[in-house]
Design a protein around this ligand. Structure first.
Ligand code: DGT
Length: 230
């Protein structure tokens, strides 16, 4: 486990840190984000906000996620516009508990998924520019503060096998190549930090482990994740 998070001192700098600590869990498709959230759900100090994927699957009866996988050149912009909106809604949602735990963020949607569609030639420059201008404006003018990113680092081969086993209809079309590209974009953003510089602390956990080991790792890192030493 490569733990890049510096010590608690970073959090103590903030005057309003008693409340409103926001954690986003990030990682490739099938890296175990849902299990992570399930683990922390019973905690009374944490409010869990799941990814709005059910909304993307049913926009007034239309499955935008499936459309994107079937014909990315045609439907990527439509999906990513909607993903950006629903992610922003999760970010600005008022916190009911001291810690807000979110599945993904508006950042991974943009820095990993949109970037991948653009780089692989499925989203033309002009669509990418429109989304980028929206993104820049949204994050400048809205509360999208993230204090900690928990990155579940996986290998593309492992998540490919998990996707095959879990048999979600839309995802059976996902090739290993797509997961490799998404993996590299997560690494660029959260580890190498060449293009984007995350403002949040980053905690990297080895997501290739089996379930029992993951639960052990969550237990070990629980205080950091819930910022209990504040
Ligand atoms: P987990 O618990 O780590 O297994 O998480 P997943 O795989 O349930 O959740 P996630 O966010 O990795 O992916 C859910 C589905 O939605 C998956 O088919 C990938 C897709 N997806 C998520 N965010 C975006 C996005 O911004 N753009 C596109 N094109 N697809 C996305």
């Amino acid at each position: 486990i490569d733990n890049k998070m510096s010590d608690q001192a970073n959090y103590e700098k903030k005057p309003d840190n008693k409340k409103n600590f926001t954690v986003c869990v990030e990682g490739n498709i099938a890296s175990g984000k849902t299990t992570f959230l399930e683990y922390f759900k019973p905690d009374l100090t944490a409010e869990v906000i799941e990814e709005p994927v059910s909304k993307w699957r049913n926009v007034q009866g239309h499955n935008l996620l499936a459309k994107m996988y079937e014909d990315p050149n045609r439907w990527s912009l439509t999906l990513q516009t909607y993903v950006q909106l629903t992610m922003l809604q999760s970010h600005v949602k008022e916190q009911s508990k001291p810690v807000k735990l979110m599945e993904r963020s508006i950042f991974s949607a943009k820095y990993c998924f949109v970037e991948n569609l653009h780089q692989s030639g499925k989203m033309p420059d002009f669509e990418y520019v429109v989304l980028t201008e929206w993104f820049d404006w949204l994050i400048d003018y809205h509360q999208v503060n993230v204090d900690l990113i928990v990155y579940l680092q996986t290998s593309p081969e492992v998540v490919h096998e998990r996707i095959r086993q879990r048999c979600r209809d839309e995802e059976q079309l996902i090739p290993l190549e797509y997961l490799r590209n998404l993996h590299e974009l997560h690494e660029d953003w959260l580890v190498k930090q060449t293009k984007y510089k995350p403002k949040s602390e980053i905690l990297i956990l080895d997501g290739d482990n089996d379930l029992d080991k993951m639960l052990e790792i969550y237990k070990e890192n629980r205080k950091k994740i819930l910022c209990e030493n504040r």
